[in-house]
Write a new protein. Structure first.
Length: 537
């Protein structure tokens, strides 16, 4: 049985700090507060209570609403974290003497969860420098798998419609303005609002196409580092959006953008670009780049709004209020920086099998903020194969036949156009051993008004043979080029001509990490010099 009546939340929370309120060992009880909830850490469990607030984008104003959304949160989070989410339990008794999970009339409800160590949160892992390549790749794989299995928005629903995409983005500015109308940063907010309004209009057809093509799905809605926990080394998303379906039934790229933005806010730029590329390589959703920047800015403004709400909540601790105010300004600055497109550049890799092209391309995309295309991955995608599938095809036969290679390069051209027109530098990770292939992409760069550079990876032939033989035996890479392919490449390759060498950057793939970093810094400098020259002319 439920009742709906005003209640002194502070009295209840103070009483729930007493371990005796719980039906299990709970000492000591710790309290964590967010802008919309309280979480009590009690022994092996955590109990989440919803604040009795109405903020426009959510309404927890009645006890019945809080019970309903506790049940929704349980249902939805069991999709990704079934071992963490246990039950919705009533809080009975009186506010000054409550009982968690007791009998009788409920005065409040709590979501009961299995407790995990706070140091396992991805946010805390990141702060202590533990969010490395393995962890980022695992998060990307988890995102991709979750999105692949998520229900697609029904065709007749309003979810993902252009107006529904724009509405929450513009409402953010209303919420911020109501709290921060007298701030000196009003001009910055107005610039962001104008940019959002213009982009909402420019992307209307793209938003509609994204929904039509099945990319609006029942997502998590709030996937950032503090909502991912590592359990037994595995990233587990939790705490999804339960209170507003429109914030959950969204474009998958909206969700991807949140984590990219969060990594950037943490100063983990390389991790942000690694995550994005790993996700795109798995899903093939390069068309989503058309809307990525819009959602990056949107997500940064959402965090701006939340920080603003926290800074103005009644009774907030002064130190916490000051911290929230600093966060507000940091997120506002990040949002504005994200409106700027990246370099308009096309870098093609060049080199024999085993020359380190993929390793170098990975380091480049992380350093330059680029999107990479791997010919080995896209070739297999064309044939409906997973990246690491083994075809055991003979050289220049099967999926490696000339016609298949032509189709692969045609696909790479289309994707390069998608990437660059979306405002991101493109890296094409392919051998490019023949002049005709290189010329096609140089002409494409010219058509797209993008800077063009050849990253030419080199190593002694003995090293190449050793690397390729090792990779062939391991069978864990998308590339199936074995020693026989390498020998054929050595015999038939067309070396870079003098005019191509002027646009090439030689890279010794045996160089140490510092040497590779210097090479990439030089590539970045050359692109910057070209930008400057373009500006002069």
């Amino acid at each position: 049985m439920t009742v709906s009546r005003p209640m002194d939340s502070s009295t209840l929370l103070a009483a729930l700090r007493d371990p005796a309120c719980y039906p299990h060992p709970a000492e000591p009880v710790e309290l964590i507060e967010t802008h919309i909830s309280w979480v009590l850490l009690a022994g092996e469990y955590a109990y989440k209570l919803k604040k009795p607030v109405s903020l426009g984008f959510l309404d927890f104003g009645t006890l019945e609403a809080r019970r309903h959304y506790c049940e929704e949160e349980l249902r939805l989070n069991r999709r990704t974290a079934p071992d963490l989410y246990l039950a919705v339990v009533p809080i009975t008794g009186q506010p000054a003497a409550p009982r968690m999970g007791g009998t009788g009339e409920a005065i409040e409800y709590a979501l009961k969860m299995k407790r995990f160590p706070q140091e396992a949160l991805a946010d805390n892992v990141a702060r202590r420098g533990g969010l490395g390549a393995v962890q980022i790749d695992a998060i990307a794989a988890a995102f991709a798998a979750f999105h692949a299995g998520a229900p697609v928005a029904p065709e007749g629903s309003a979810f993902g419609a252009p107006d529904r995409v724009a509405a929450p983005a513009l409402e953010n500015f209303e919420h911020i303005g109501a709290l921060a109308a007298d701030r000196d940063d009003a001009a910055q907010l107005q610039r962001l609002r104008s940019w959002t309004l213009n982009e909402s209009s420019r992307l209307r057809e793209t938003f509609a196409a994204r929904k039509r093509d099945g990319f609006v799905r029942e997502c998590h809605g709030d996937l950032h580092l503090r909502n991912i926990v590592f359990l037994d080394g595995r990233p587990v998303p939790f705490d999804c959006i339960e209170f507003n379906p429109e914030l959950r039934w969204i474009d998958v790229m909206n969700e991807v953008a949140f984590l990219v933005m969060d990594l950037l806010e943490h100063g983990l730029n390389a991790a942000a670009w690694r995550f994005l590329n790993a996700y795109l390589e798995t899903t093939g959703d390069h068309a989503g780049l058309r809307v990525l920047r819009y959602y990056l800015v949107y997500r940064a403004v959402v965090r701006t709004k939340i920080a603003c709400i926290r800074a103005h909540q009644p009774g907030a601790d002064p130190a916490a209020r000051d911290a929230s105010d600093r966060q507000y300004r940091d997120y506002l600055a990040l949002a504005e920086s994200l409106t700027a497109p990246g370099r308009r550049a096309l870098i093609v890799m060049h080199g024999l099998a085993g020359s380190g092209k993929s390793t170098v391309a990975q380091a480049m995309l992380e350093r330059l903020g680029a999107v990479r295309l791997r010919s080995d991955v896209e070739r297999k995608r064309l044939h409906g194969l997973a990246a690491q599938a083994r075809t055991h095809a003979d050289p220049y036969a099967g999926i490696y036949a000339p016609e298949s290679t032509r189709l692969t390069y045609d696909r790479l051209k289309l994707l390069v156009r998608e990437i660059i027109e979306s405002g991101y530098p493109a890296i094409v990770d392919a051998a490019f051993l023949w002049r005709a292939e290189r010329d096609v992409f140089r002409a494409l760069a010219r058509e797209l008004k993008a800077r063009f550079l050849i990253a030419s990876c080199r190593a002694p032939e003995a090293v190449l043979r050793r690397r390729v033989a090792r990779r062939e035996a391991a069978m864990k890479d998308a590339s199936e080029a074995g020693v026989a392919v390498l020998e054929n490449q050595i015999a038939t390759q067309e070396l870079l001509s003098p005019d191509e060498l002027a646009q090439a950057m030689p890279i010794d793939s045996e160089a140490d990490e510092a040497g590779l970093r210097r090479n990439i810094d030089e590539i970045s400098a050359r692109l910057t010099q070209t930008e400057a020259a373009d500006a002069i002319h």
